[in-house]
Design a protein. Structure first.
Length: 182
């Protein structure tokens, strides 16, 4: 069982975020991580039983950081359009500013080790935004929330590859979700 977070574990996670940002998930080997951290390979296995558990921990850490930024942005806003728009903008801005977005947003979709993590995170976020979707008058808020998450992920990737926010895509998303259903 992995040890609790401590300087060594956190140093390995920091190093892995750097490696993933540079080389993607495919380049995220144990050797690359320990070399970047300046640690012995045995230290890695002292904190993580295998590469898979390490990648899962790294993915969780990345998304926990994004979630913290989004929750800070929405603060005490009541469910509804303002909270949804604020949260989506905060998420997209954080994806642009956070290292590892390509690895943990794009590449994680096809990494078998992360499939369960991606699904669980998407379900969690869908549950968080479903009340906002409901306030907009959409039927079946969980299904619409799922689709909104997919659209936001695509926008985040388009922004990542262009290196800047895409106001056109953000406006199109807003127009779609604000549209009166039916």
């Amino acid at each position: 069982m992995p040890r609790p977070a401590e300087p060594g574990r956190n140093a390995l996670l920091d190093a892995g975020a750097d490696v993933a940002a540079r080389n993607g998930l495919a380049g995220l080997s144990v050797n690359a991580v320990v070399q970047a951290a300046g640690m012995a390979k045995g230290t890695f296995y002292h904190h993580f039983p295998d590469r898979r558990s390490y990648v899962v921990a790294l993915h969780r850490r990345y998304h926990d950081e994004l979630t913290t930024l989004v929750l800070a942005a929405i603060g005490e806003l009541e469910p509804g359009p303002a909270r949804l728009h604020t949260g989506l903008a905060a998420y997209l801005d954080a994806c642009l500013a956070t290292r590892g977005t390509k690895a943990f947003l794009a590449q994680s979709r096809t990494d078998a080790d992360l499939l369960d993590e991606v699904t669980a995170r998407n379900q969690l976020v869908a549950a968080m935004i479903a009340p906002d979707i409901e306030k907009l008058g959409w039927g079946n808020p969980p299904a619409v929330a799922h689709l909104v998450i997919a659209m936001v992920a695509e926008i985040a990737l388009a922004e990542l590859y262009s290196g800047a926010a895409r106001p056109d895509l953000r406006a199109a998303l807003t127009a779609l979700i604000d549209r009166t259903p039916g």
